[in-house]
Design a protein around this ligand. Structure first.
Ligand code: WTA
Length: 656
């Protein structure tokens, strides 16, 4: 790993103190309070988490051991019995939250509905009973392939309720990608919808499920539960496919929550890494419940009258942790939106904030950059005065986008929490606590209490102030991924052995480069592996390369990220063709379509360059560093002495 790109050049002097008014009412009110929590957690992490687990969550049975750490495998709250669906629903029913709004949902065409906690509980119970009726039980994996409708959240909670681990596949993934995940996860059932509305169109989903399952494509799948949304015609396979709206009226609104072991698997979520096919990241129940609960409470400063809106999709970890589990466990009111800004309604987000008096808004830098482009007049048309806190996630935020968010959306009064974390970490790891930690545009600021983050070199030695290095975590935390589904060795290799363990101390390697400044603030600079972050979506270069090579015209493909003003990064593919094929614009279009079919539109290359050969080392490794420079239109710098054939480089430049 040699990564000149982690030498950051960003210089930023602006500092924004937590507004006094905000801090005075916040959950964590001052830097002193944060420091005390941080030191307490550092001195005795087990005690710190155990106290919170006891006071903040409901347990059917208390644990025997807080942490069992056999590096790199951790178990939290061993012997404890818990159910996250119970913590998100049932326990609120005996309080005044019973009739509080849990979920506000707005569909893209403008239809909407709300659920109180009591109503959501009843609906989740019915859904859980439907799954049981279809033969799904504790330990059976369920695939979820859904649009952003209430039933997406309900499906998660219903699976958790009966102890069936879910594996959500983002609705933008293709049938092929869906099938791969259902096969790897050995899913017994799939929950889907006829389709969903996106950018003024009905997007079909059930047809993709049918395609994934055809010819026994995913042989473990026995049943498909289908929610009606778009009312477009779909084919229902007898004895396999069932309409939710037909089952629902026949089902009881009571379904007792299974008493799960703290370490029982809650879900698998697939994510891209630098090598191989997507990994099934495994999260378990107790630790994940606790960590998403605490982070939601302290970072989003959830108060009883807040209306909280996270703009992510349930298909990503942000949707799991911060639309569904974290907020509902805290008894918050959550807004969920099916749609996206589109030409017919570019200001739909601001309209929604005004309509529902949203007080906390959490989105991605990519979205913010798109809003900037659309113009200040759109947010300015709406009353955004209900907002009191803003958040971002998914990729580094450039200071100018941060300043715009602060000024135009936050009216210079809302703190911004820039939250760094990953599918693997389960919850936010580095972030400001809005009433306690002063923010600097572009910095995620400080680690959450209990998180021992550090920056090290290749050998695991801490680097100096303001020096670039690899971001690592030194101690287990409750919501850390437990393993790669079905491949514990891959888990060990990928995350715990990149930085060699020293004196038995294993450190978690996140795959990001970062530096820490003189105030102890973290500045995350992005991936240092071959993961490309397109609009906050993680894609592995190898995955896209495999998709390209599966096309008959492609002999070899190398895919890199290229800086992009809007998307953060865009996909750039270098391709050599099989002898009988000729480079052409039509072929480029065809290859882009091919990748969309294999993975999904989010993986479609923005640009393709054909070439006679790719730059390789003498041992045959493609030199992506050179390709990254070429894609960015930069002079190729650094060491090229290992390049096997230097003329390849000149030809690639000419091809530009
Ligand atoms: C990147 C999303 C900088 C990072 C929750 C990480 C960020 C990857 C930030 C994980 C942030 C996420 N600042 N970079 N605030 N948040 N990232 O698994 O590169 O989809 O490794 O989880 O996104 O992406 P994932």
């Amino acid at each position: 790993m040699s990564h000149p790109e982690i030498e950051s050049v960003l210089h930023e002097d602006r500092v924004f103190e937590p507004p006094t008014e905000f801090a005075s009412k916040a959950r964590i009110k001052s830097l002193d309070e944060y420091n005390q929590l941080y030191e307490k957690a550092k001195a005795n992490p087990e005690q710190f988490w155990a106290e919170l687990a006891e006071s903040e969550l409901h347990w059917f049975k208390k644990w025997d051991t807080v942490l069992d750490w056999q590096p790199p495998f951790a178990k939290w709250f061993v012997g404890g019995k818990i159910n996250i669906s119970y913590n998100c629903l049932d326990r609120h029913l005996s309080t005044e939250r019973r009739d509080k709004t849990a979920l506000i949902w707005e569909g893209e065409p403008g239809d909407s509905c709300t659920f109180t906690y009591a109503e959501l509980h009843a609906e989740v119970c019915q859904f859980a009973n439907a799954l049981k009726q279809l033969g799904v039980g504790k330990g059976d994996v369920v695939g979820i392939y859904m649009p952003m409708i209430p039933e997406a959240a309900i499906a998660l909670l219903a699976c958790a309720r009966i102890g069936a681990p879910h594996t959500v596949v983002f609705g933008g993934f293709s049938a092929e990608a869906l099938r791969d995940r259902l096969v790897d996860g050995k899913a017994k059932a799939v929950i889907t919808a006829d389709g969903g509305f996106r950018k003024d169109k009905a997007v079909p989903l059930k047809v993709a499920v049918d395609k994934a399952l055809e010819n026994d494509g995913a042989p473990t799948v026995e049943k498909v539960l289908v929610v009606q949304r778009t009312k477009e015609a779909v084919t229902m396979v007898p004895d396999r496919d069932y309409w939710w709206h037909e089952l629902q009226p026949t089902l009881s609104t009571e379904c007792e929550a299974e008493q799960m072991d703290s370490e029982d698997m809650l879900f698998i979520l697939y994510t891209s890494g630098s090598t191989g096919k997507p990994k099934g990241v495994v999260h378990t129940t107790g630790g994940y419940n606790l960590y998403t609960h605490m982070t939601t409470q302290w970072i989003f400063d959830i108060q009883d009258d807040d209306v909280y809106w996270c703009g992510a999709d349930v298909g990503w970890i942000t949707g799991h942790s911060y639309i569904v589990y974290g907020p509902l466990s805290n008894g918050a009111t959550v807004l969920m939106y099916e749609g996206a800004p589109r030409p017919s309604k570019p200001d739909c987000f601001w309209e929604l904030i005004a309509k529902y008096k949203v007080s906390i808004f959490y989105t991605a830098p990519t979205a913010i950059r798109a809003f900037i482009k659309m113009g200040d007049h759109l947010p300015q048309k709406h009353d955004l005065s209900s907002l009191r806190l803003l958040g971002t996630v998914g990729e580094p935020i450039n200071p100018e986008a941060w300043m715009w968010y602060h000024r135009v959306i936050g009216n210079e009064k809302c703190p911004i929490v820039d939250t760094w974390w990953q599918t693997e970490t389960g919850g936010v790891m580095i972030t400001a606590l809005p009433g306690a930690i002063a923010t600097k545009p572009g910095s995620a600021t400080k680690p959450f209490p209990g998180i021992l983050a550090d920056i090290v070199d290749h050998d695991g030695n801490p680097v100096g102030e303001n020096e670039g290095g690899f971001l690592v975590i030194r101690y287990p935390w409750p919501s850390m991924m437990r393993t790669v589904y079905g491949d514990p060795n891959r888990f060990r290799r990928t995350y715990w052995e990149h930085i060699p363990p020293k004196d038995g101390e294993y450190v978690y390697f996140a795959g990001d480069g970062a530096r820490r400044d003189e105030d102890g603030y973290f500045w995350v600079m992005g991936r240092v592996d071959d993961v490309i972050n397109v609009s906050g979506h993680r894609l592995g270069s190898m995955e896209i390369e495999s998709a390209l090579v599966s096309h008959p015209a492609v002999a070899e493909a190398a895919v890199v990220g290229r800086p992009d003003d809007l998307k953060g990064e865009d996909i750039f593919a270098f391709i050599t063709l099989e002898g009988e094929y000729e480079a052409s614009d039509e072929l480029k279009v065809e290859l882009k379509k091919h990748v969309t079919g294999e993975i999904g539109a989010i993986a479609r290359p923005g640009d393709i360059r054909f070439s006679d050969a790719l730059p390789k080392t003498r041992s045959g490794k493609i030199m992506r560093r050179l390709l990254r420079s070429l894609a960015a239109g930069q002079e190729v710098s650094g060491d090229t002495s290992t390049l096997e054939d230097r003329s390849v480089l000149d030809k690639l430049r000419e091809g530009a």
